[in-house]
Ligand binder design. Structure first.
Ligand code: RTP
Ligand code: MG
Length: 140
């Protein structure tokens, strides 16, 4: 088993509903450890940069709008197979398809307001962690 790090965000729809603790608890109970965490209200420019991979997609404008509409919690999570484990705990992008017991099943409102983000591969985890954190902010 590999100990990995992944990047996670608690999105504005969830911070607005005071779900930071409830979601973090699900991540911790799922076997992941928070090794860095901060609350940021990202600018449109930061959201565009973070989601640049989706810039040609029809939902890009809506995505940037919703991600900059309120505070977000950005986190680095550590644990065994943290990248895939976090994706399992999150559940499907569309909450209507998310499995019972997942964060999105419990808390997401819609595809656009789906409460959490998690990196999808080792390379993106590395890039996304570096986008929001310096090395000294991560304490394992
Ligand atoms: P995420 O990147 O946020 O962890 O979610 P994901 O991998 O499950 O989904 P992805 O395909 O990477 O899409 C990124 C985010 O864009 C929003 N989205 N909206 N309106 C739509 O059809 C649509 N499709 C995607 C979602 O908020 C998704 O999390
Ligand atoms: Mg994604």
């Amino acid at each position: 088993m590999a100990i990995e790090r992944t990047f996670s965000m608690i999105k504005p729809d969830a911070t607005r509903r005071n779900l930071t603790g409830a979601i973090t608890k699900m991540l911790e109970e799922g076997g992941l450890r928070v090794v860095a965490s901060k609350r940021v209200w990202m600018s449109r420019r930061e959201a565009e940069g973070f989601y640049a991979v989706h810039k040609e997609r029809p939902f890009f404008g809506e995505l940037v709008e919703s991600m900059s509409a309120g505070p977000t919690i950005v986190q680095v999570l550590e644990g065994e197979n943290a990248i895939s484990r976090n994706r399992e705990l999150m559940g499907a992008t569309n909450p209507a398809q998310a499995a019972e017991g997942t964060i999105r099943k419990a808390h997401a409102l819609s595809i656009g307001e789906n409460s959490v983000h998690g990196s999808d591969a080792p390379e993106t985890a590395k890039e996304e962690i570096a986008y929001w954190f310096s090395e000294t902010e991560i304490v394992g």
